[in-house]
Design a protein around this ligand. Structure first.
Ligand SMILES: NC(=O)c1ccc[n+]([C@@H]2O[C@H](COP(=O)([O-])OP(=O)(O)OC[C@H]3O[C@@H](n4cnc5c(N)ncnc54)[C@H](OP(=O)(O)O)[C@@H]3O)[C@@H](O)[C@H]2O)c1
Length: 211
């Protein structure tokens, strides 16, 4: 996912202009939750493993993923937000030589713990999610992607912070595991905005959260 620079408000110019810019970027920013899940709605096994993400289905009528399209799409994402357990999984992937999926985009990790910081693009945050998203992220970033896990995604939805859900469903049932949304306490109405099926058997769903 290629870098788009954070548009920090400048210290130059009059205060009112800066404020107007802040408000403008606040209203047109979008918070998207994206994860891949099994057909039975799990994002990882109970022990956190995601070996099942590699599937071998074939759906002849499906689309092919065009790497150039994917790269251009990822370019539009301005920052990532993740829970500490997802960060630890990402560090584990990196240690196994599987790379870091978030490029050099600013990546915010929610945690109360003192975790290793392996790159400059990563920063840590603890505390209430709503002021963090609305007062710190929305004014600076237009496309904000929450990339898991289930605890943080549920918190994001519970606090009414999510605008879009992107759900990539893989052709497999795993029976038990960590849910896409852990302990969601209410119904959330969605509008189906897009559906795509791929040759790999993956179905990609894009929903907008109804307000
Ligand atoms: N299939 C996929 O697309 C996908 C995507 C992402 C993750 N995953 C998998 O999902 C699993 C992790 O998901 P998960 O639900 O267990 O955990 P998670 O959502 O990644 O992380 C939850 C942790 O984040 C911290 N946290 C959350 N909100 C916070 C806040 N407001 N302030 C400070 N800290 C906060 C807390 O940990 P502290 O104890 O550090 O404070 C909390 O226990 C991993 O196994 C990963 O592989 C799968």
């Amino acid at each position: 996912m290629a870098q788009r620079f954070a548009r920090r408000p400048s210290f130059h110019g009059v205060a009112s202009l800066t404020l107007a810019r802040l408000e403008m970027s606040h209203t047109d920013s979008r918070v998207t939750i994206h994860m891949a899940a099994s057909v039975d709605g799990f994002i990882a096994r109970k022990d956190g493993s995601v070996d099942w993400l590699e599937t071998s289905d074939e759906f002849a009528a499906g689309d092919t993923m065009d790497p150039e399209y994917v790269a251009a799409f990822l370019e539009t994402i301005d920052c990532y937000v993740m829970g500490s357990r997802t960060y630890e999984t990402a560090l584990g992937f990196e240690a196994k030589g599987l790379g870091w999926s978030y490029g050099d985009k600013p990546t915010f990790v929610l945690t109360h713990r003192d975790l290793p910081r392996t790159r400059d693009s990563v920063s840590f945050h603890a505390g209430e999610l709503a002021p963090f998203v609305n007062e710190q992220l929305r004014p600076r970033f237009r496309s904000i992607w929450f990339v898991g896990g289930g605890v943080l995604s549920a918190e994001c939805v519970r606090r009414g912070l999510a605008d879009d859900l992107r759900y990539s469903i893989l052709p497999i049932l795993i029976g038990d595991g960590i849910s896409f949304f852990e302990k969601l306490d209410r119904d959330v109405a969605l509008h189906l905005a897009e559906v795509k099926a791929y040759k790999s058997g993956m179905v990609s769903l894009h929903y907008e959260v109804k307000r």
